[in-house]
Write a protein that binds this ligand. Structure first.
Ligand SMILES: O=c1ccn([C@H]2C[C@H](O)[C@@H](CO)O2)c(=O)[nH]1
Ligand SMILES: [Zn+2]
Length: 163
């Protein structure tokens, strides 16, 4: 796990080539996840999280963490972004970005990793941006090894996500 600089074009282009996204897509994921972070609703933790996901037809959809006075009811930015995307008709994603105000960057929690697993290949890049715009990039399969997914269920063939 290596911390890379998003302001170093050679580090960005090398990472993009390795993980199958364009530099333009990287820039949008970075800009949008950071901007989304400012819209987080997190009066309890004060821990702002923004997410942006890239759909397989090149749409970008944002999410923020949305907390609740009943603490366990709150949801993470990544799941909000994916829920928004699914509600807009997207079910396959090429990249997931998450931005926070800490360094090194936060990585998706276990529940989000499983949620992402439903809609992404194990090779899908997860981009994690820190407070300075430095980033770590890892494949979903690295974040969630030996995972359980929809293909394990006999009923999966009839699920919209896999159909
Ligand atoms: O990757 C993460 C980690 C945490 N959170 C949220 C959940 C909660 O609102 C706050 C503190 O855990 O940050 C996210 O949205 N995504
Ligand atoms: Zn989470």
């Amino acid at each position: 796990m290596k911390l890379l600089s998003s302001s170093d074009p050679s580090q960005v282009s090398q990472a993009c080539a390795e993980y199958g996204i364009t530099s333009a897509q990287f820039d949008t994921l970075y800009t949008r996840s950071r901007a989304a972070k400012d819209r987080a609703y997190c009066p309890y933790s004060r821990f702002r999280v923004g997410s942006c996901i890239l759909t397989d037809n090149a749409q970008f959809i944002d999410g923020v963490n949305v907390e609740n006075a009943s603490y366990p009811v709150g949801t993470c930015a990544e799941r909000v972004a994916i829920g928004a995307a699914v509600s807009q008709g997207h079910k396959k994603f090429k990249a997931v970005a998450v931005a926070t105000d800490i360094s090194p960057p936060a990585s998706p929690c276990g529940m989000c990793r499983q949620f992402i697993r439903e809609f992404c290949h194990l090779e899908t890049p997860i981009l994690m941006f820190d407070k300075d715009g430095s980033f770590v990039i890892m494949k979903l399969g690295q974040l969630l090894p030996a995972s359980f997914g929809p293909e394990a269920l006999p009923s999966a063939a009839s699920l919209p996500a896999t159909g």
